[in-house]
Write a new protein. Sequence first.
Length: 873
Amino acid sequence: MGDIHVQGLKRRREEDGGKEREKKKGKRDLKDGRGELGQKEKLKEGAPGKGRSHGKSDSPRQSKAKTARVGVKAVLAEDGKVEEDRKGGCDHDRREEKGGRVKEEDHAQKGEDELQPGRAENGVGWAEGAMPEGPRASPGGEGEETEGGKKHGWAEKAAKRQKEKGQERKGEETKKKKREGGKVRHEKPPRFESLKEEPEVEKTEEGERRGGGKGVKEEEGGEPESGGDGGIKEEREGSGLGKSESVESDEKVKVENGLEDEKDTKTKAKGAKPAKRRKAKEENAREEKSKKASEKLEKEGPAQKRKTTEEGDKKKSKKTKTGENEKEKKKKEEEDKWKWWEEEKTEDKVKWKQLEHKGPYFAPLYEPLPDNVKFYYDGQPMKLSLATEEIATFYAKMLDHEYTTKEIFQNNFFRDWKEEMTEKEQEIIQSLDKCDFKEIHKYFVDKNEARKALPKEEKQKLKEETDKIQEEYGYCILDGHREKIGNFKTEPPGLFRGRGNHPKMGMLKKRIMPEDVIINCSKDSQIPVPPEGHKWKEVRCDNTVTWLASWTENIQNSLKYIMLNPSSKLKGEKDWQKYEVARRLKGVVDKIRSQYRGDWKSREMKTRQRAVALYFIDKLALRAGNEKEEGETADTVGCCSLRVEHIKLYPELDGQEHMVEFDFLGKDSIRYYNKVPVEKPVFKNLKLFMQNKDPGDDLFDRLSTGSLNSYLQDLMPGLSAKVFRTYNASITLQEQLKALTNPEDNVAAKLLAYNRANRAVAVLCNHQRATPKTFEKSMQALQAKVRVAGAVEKKKKLLEKIKEQLEKLNVQVTDKEENKQIALGTSKLNYLDPRISVAWCKKFGVPIEKIYNKTQREKFAWAIDMADEDFEF
DNA sequence: TAGCAGACTTAGTATCGTGCAC
DNA sequence: GTGCACGATACTAAGTCTGCTA
């Protein structure tokens, strides 16, 4: 895939930049039609009431929509008789032109001349008189060199602005009100409330385990004892949750639908054709199996009541210790493996017919600090209430982390912490600077050390306990098959660790209680039992979704789910489907490419922007770039949300024409830095899109991911922007493997070829990682080994085996160096059709274990089973 | 039809556990 | 036997995209 430009990527997670929001807000308001020049200047001075956050009259999408609506009238005068630059661009571009000379004339300039955006828009977006005086330079200028590359002016400015802005929390009030509005019922989870008042707690064994023991007492005062089964019936009877009515009707409908589906399938199967009959047979078998599995789960009894005796545990552990049993177990597991890919696919909407599980495993309760471990305020020891102390420990544990040095983190933490303090504590604790968490920090460091230093037996015991929990809560029954759950534990309380410059970092992530959790399971299954004294928020039966449980987290007010492991049928099937869509794209991609090339000359600005954006998505594997709510997350962008400040145009650079320099923060605030030559029309269009815009303005102001995806959907069913990433990743792997593999090489050399192909994809997709802490050291050690082996060879004492070893080591060195900052895992797991790798292994005699570890082999079991050496993506 | 919520995938980092060198 | 390094796994943040609603 020589057509994809991947050079020049450098890593840098933005630490101090990306805080352009205020500036950007002002600019966008201008695009909304609110911004006349005078207003813009006021905005620059930070005049109140002009930024989008004030009054929230327009969400990002709203602003964009307004501009786009006006934009429909902005039609380019030129019809596109343009001579395209046949030399420009890369291999990829040339391939598009292999049909021969394309007769066109220079289009873009005409377009630009005839459509001065500012004029056509009549002041909307590009205010009159706001034309740049000369060629618009990059907002940041050259910037200074930093570790990750150039530190750009926009980042610096943004950081400064953010600092000036202080730590005001925009939109927080609105959000809070929204939360109070009813969606999140527990503004303060009962746990925290009562902890303040009741430091001494009675803990039941079960409650301790499931995070509910403390709650028994809490509930006493507030809510009536519910009996704690939290089942459907209980919800219907009204549990004081205030939602039971709608819950009931919703649930009813869903449950009934589920039954109808089942009935339908059976009726249809009766007089069906062979395939249908086979399906019916399979279903019967599944039902049988499901019954058995269900019985098995039932035998184990409700989670909360189950108590395994120590004796039993010992027996179990002894048994599993024997190698023979291990082998047997493995064999059995192998036999039990569900080859769902050999079964006929079911209809898409219904995800399961039977779903049974034990609910989430709750994070352990807080254990108070020993009396000798103290918190100090202003140099004086201070006894904190339990809730306050617990939150203090969250901060103390992170003391040696960079997070705690950040002002936003500190401010968010302190504000949330104060909210949870008693009145008296609030009076005393006025400044975070005067808080001394060192002793608490040390306590946890020591505790951690002690845990590591435990004798082998103790460690083994702990592991067995963990395994037991995994066995009990980590699996579910899905359509008669035991499936592994991906994340069966609720997220423990702590401090939010947003990535990059996240405005909410340091905020308190509250404890998830059973009352926050919605359970999803089949109606006739054993409904999970909530911890004693607690009840679920809701129990529903929705077989159109794949999650087992969900709750709303308090930081972003978004949903979190408990879902299945990637090795499961539900995930595997979806994965397979994803690669099939990407393969279908292969068949139409040439057509799509010629279409977007044609659209570069469109009379409509919107169409041109879409065509250029699509070119970037295809050529550079950029993400779609949805609009994000400002102030809620770090300022990151993707293709559609690129701003003018994120690209620089160079008519000539490094001996190449029409160069575009990209520099922006993408997903997870990972810097995307790349210099690419583009085709002349693209270059000219970009110039046009940037005209009369400020650095903070959207580059593609007439484009949204929604409109882009609906356009793609029309071109090919199932096609969306992200499919291009999957397609380009997989096709790159396939092509690189073909180019790099030498059948005569040994396995080590072949693996190096594979890793290089994998690496090409990782670079393309900008999958980066921090250089491992031990990189230098381990590299030196490896090189020392090479030297030793080399010396032996010189003395001709080396045997063939050692030569091989040397070769292997050399390969390792190369591989390691090349892989220093590249994360191969992400592409391997998410973008590369596993059948390509499987076919390659089979073709070149490389054991599949060399490519995929156990987990990966489980995930891609379907591909390993079905792909032969001739598989072509 | 825009906006939003919900459902899902993608992603990097933290932690765990195993195997190897000494 | 011990400590270290590294791969595996766990965790959860941060994206994408679809379908519903006003």
